[in-house]
Structures are given as C-alpha cells and as structure tokens.
Ligand binder design. Structure first.
Ligand code: FES
Length: 151
C-alpha cells in the first residue's frame, strides 16, 4: 500500500507536466503562426481630425494599423499590414520607406513593393468624412491608387 502513493504522485506529476507542456507548445505554435502587433481594430473607425491633420509637420500619420499619407492631391490611406505574412511595417524616415520588421520587405509611400519577400502592394483603404466631421477609414474597403480625400 505504501508503494502506491509515490506511484500515484508520480503519475499525477507526469500528467501535470505533460498537460503544461502541451499548453506551452500550443501557445508557442499560436504565437509563431500569428502576426505580431496589436489586435486589429474594428473595420470602420475615425482615423483623424481634419484640424489635427492640418497641423501635422510630417505628411503622414499612423493610427490603429493604418497609415494616412498626404501628397499634393490630398490624403490617402494604406493598411499597415505587410502583404508577406502580416507584420506591421514601420516608417524609416531616413529612406522614406515603410519597412517590415519581420523579413525586411520595403514599401514606398504609395504602398508599392520596393523590396520583397512581399510581392503585393499594401492595400489602399477608403477614407470618408463622417457626420462627426472626422475622417473615417474602412479597413474592409479597398480603393484604387488614384483615390484622394482632399483637405
Ligand atoms: S511579414 Fe513582412 S516581410 Fe515577411
């Protein structure tokens, strides 16, 4: 009878260790196969206030996974999600390119691929003025390269 207790304890410890290992393996696989960065915001949300944009020193603004970029014709939006595996490109001010931290893809401010492994441009998103006078973006609606929201 006395020999049963250590055996049961050993089995319980083994089950605990095995379960913990499976849990950690599952979490590791989830982390490995999911893109880094903050969770996606809702599809449609206010991205900027026009007065705020007019005060910006730089012709760009990043907000909740979306790049707002200004050129001579107005503002347009790029989804800040790399088309390779979904990481979030960051602006490199020295080169003026959006650089993906994961595998080094580079995009110009039009969203075009300058360097792979990404093969597709960053999606351009629809911008519209809301009834609250703010500028709204819809990450579920893509637009063409000629779209601009005049300010
Ligand atoms: S996820 Fe951006 S280069 Fe791979």
């Amino acid at each position: 009878m006395k020999a049963e207790f250590p055996r049961r304890l050993f089995l319980a410890f083994g089950a605990l260790l095995g379960g913990g290992s499976l849990y950690l393996l599952g979490r590791g696989l989830l982390t490995f196969f999911s893109a880094p960065g903050s969770p996606d915001p809702p599809s449609r949300f206010p991205v900027a206030d026009p007065a705020e944009l007019s005060r910006l020193k730089d012709p760009w603004k990043y907000h909740q996974g979306v790049w707002l970029i200004r050129d001579s014709r107005g503002w347009y939006a790029l989804l800040g999600r790399c088309t390779h595996l979904g990481c979030r490109p960051a602006l490199d001010p020295s080169s003026g390119l959006l650089v993906c931290p994961c595998h080094g893809s580079r995009f110009d401010l039009q969203g075009r691929v300058v360097k792979g492994p990404a093969e597709r441009p960053l999606p351009r998103l629809e911008l519209a003025r809301g009834s609250d006078r703010k500028i709204w973006v819809d990450t579920g609606k893509e637009t063409g390269a000629s779209f601009r929201l005049p300010l």
